[in-house]
Design a protein around this ligand. Structure first.
Ligand SMILES: *Cc1c(COP(=O)(O)O)cnc(C)c1O
Length: 495
């Protein structure tokens, strides 16, 4: 029955599978995932819990899925939707007609990482005379800046943050600017702790040095303005701040659009010009791309357009109010448990806490919370900052808040009675003494086996404390190597 010449393997069946069965397969696979709805997953997903929104965005996505953003003249629908999204983002971020930034322009990208890579690339290419360009970023700046620096061969100058405020000292940011600096970056707010950097001072220092300043508002750009309208004190961070030359905001975060959409804004078109890549020196079509991808699906853009149109300004205000209430409730729950403390008073939509000296082991606590249906995000200790637990709070969390406090108290009690993970001495020795280069594939396979991460079966997310404890004991360079090796064990073709 099987054709001798068949190459069928993995997803490629020898004979096509009926649609219903394929869908059943997808749904079955999805069953292993963490829940994207229900307000119990505090990372990765942003859920407004608005009835009917998923159906609307799915329909809009389907309408434009095969449209190609490669050529805006062939598909003016996409250009129109992108321009509308850029206009909306600019308005939310203090720009547009009648503002102090009337000439703002922007592009839709696939996500925050692409927005940041493009911000760095644009700044780099605006200064072609600088042979070895550098960027200045606070240590709490998103890892995507490091990725941009790596991809673009730009040197990253990292300015530490104060362990108390979790913000960089503007004077230290200013002092880090060198003649080769092409960009100074800061966050509004930082992902890890949800605090807003001193944007006014940092942007002023950048402007005084004649350097661009990017505000990474990927996380909070769509909520901080609404929180401010609700009466929360939000420091200036947007285009109203002189010296801010570009801002990124992820629509797939607090604009509640499905994945794949962010916006990168520049104060004017001249600042944006080096972002484009154009090429006419080959026999094919002349290419002009604002972003990293060339062919791009219209699906995510149409879905984001539908989301923003449907929720509207009043909708976002309402969702920000619900989120704010949830943040306050979760922060209270943390304050009410002995052994935990907030890393910072919440000023955006993040609740981040750590353990006190006599508190529970945080990684065990994370597992105990998982066992109770709460999916939180552990953050490893770093440069004088303790390990912490991050909660990204969205509107969907609001109805769950009352259940969180008792479960948190219970999980802390359980973590206390379990005690911290005792790493096998040989594992601990490896983690603290090994240099990244000394990690051989055999060693990694042994480690993975010892941690219960056998090749083929993924890590069991309900008992991650051992893995987190091991990673936490290792310096960053070894953490990176271990992660690469572990993930490359997971990423193997299925036949
Ligand atoms: C999420 C995030 C990014 C990266 O965005 P992706 O969409 O995951 O690529 C960058 N900066 C901040 C502050 C973020 O929260």
């Amino acid at each position: 029955m099987i054709d001798e010449s068949s190459v069928a393997a993995g997803a490629l069946a020898a004979t096509g599978i009926p649609a219903e069965q394929v869908l059943a397969e997808v749904r079955q696979l999805r069953g292993a995932d963490r829940p994207t709805h229900g307000g119990r997953l505090f990372a990765y997903v942003y859920d407004p819990a608005v009835a009917g929104l998923d159906d609307l965005t799915a329909a809009a996505h389907a309408e434009s899925a095969h449209v190609n953003g490669l050529d805006p003249t062939a598909f003016p629908s996409l250009l129109a939707m992108e321009n509308a999204l850029v206009g909306a983002a600019a308005r939310v971020l203090g720009a547009g007609p009648g503002s102090t930034a009337p000439d703002v322009v922007g592009s839709v990208t696939s996500g925050g990482t692409e927005s940041l890579i493009l911000a760095v690339k644009t700044a780099r290419d605006a200064r072609p005379e600088i042979a070895a360009p550098r960027i200045v970023v606070p240590s709490t700046g998103h890892a995507a800046f490091a990725k941009a620096a790596h991809y673009l061969r730009v040197t990253l100058d990292v300015v530490p943050v104060s362990p108390d405020t979790l913000r960089p000292d503007p004077a230290a940011m200013a002092a880090a600017i060198r003649p080769e600096t092409v960009l100074v970056a800061c966050s509004a707010p930082s992902y890890a702790h949800g605090v807003v950097d001193p944007v006014t001072e940092i942007a002023a220092a950048a402007a005084a040095a004649g350097v661009r300043c990017h505000v990474d508002a990927c996380f909070g750009g769509w909520t901080l303005p609404y929180l401010r309208r609700l009466g929360q004190p939000v420091p200036p961070f947007d285009f109203a701040v002189p010296g801010v030359t570009s801002i990124s905001v992820d629509l797939h975060k607090y604009a509640y659009a499905p994945k794949g959409v962010s916006v990168l804004l520049h104060r004017d078109a001249t600042l944006r010009a080096p972002q484009y890549f154009a090429y006419a020196d080959w026999p094919g079509y002349t290419m002009i791309n604002p972003g990293l991808a060339s062919t791009r699906s219209g699906g995510p853009i149409a879905a984001a357009y539908a989301t923003v149109r449907h929720l509207g300004d009043d909708g976002y205000l309402r969702l920000a109010a619900a989120t704010r209430e949830a943040v306050a409730g979760l922060a209270d729950a943390v304050r009410n448990v002995d052994g935990l403390r907030l890393m910072a008073e919440p000023e955006s939509t993040v609740v981040c806490f750590t353990a006190t000296d006599h508190g529970p082991d945080l990684f065990v606590l994370v597992d105990e919370l998982t066992a109770r249906g709460w999916h939180t995000q552990p953050q490893l200790s770093y440069a004088g900052l303790p390990a912490s637990v991050h909660l990204t709070v969205t509107a969907a969390v609001a109805p769950r808040v009352a259940e969180f406090g008792p479960d948190l108290a219970e999980a802390v009690a359980a973590a206390r009675s379990t005690g911290p993970v005792a790493l096998a001495p040989e594992l601990l020795a490896l983690a603290t003494s090994l240099t990244p280069d000394a990690l051989t594939p055999d060693l990694v396979a042994g480690l993975a086996g010892g941690l219960g991460l056998g090749a083929g079966d993924g890590p069991t997310p309900d008992r991650m404390a051992v893995v987190n404890t091991l990673l936490d004991a290792a310096p960053p360079a070894l953490r990176e190597r271990l992660l690469v090796e572990f993930v490359s064990l997971l990423q193997c073709p299925s036949w």
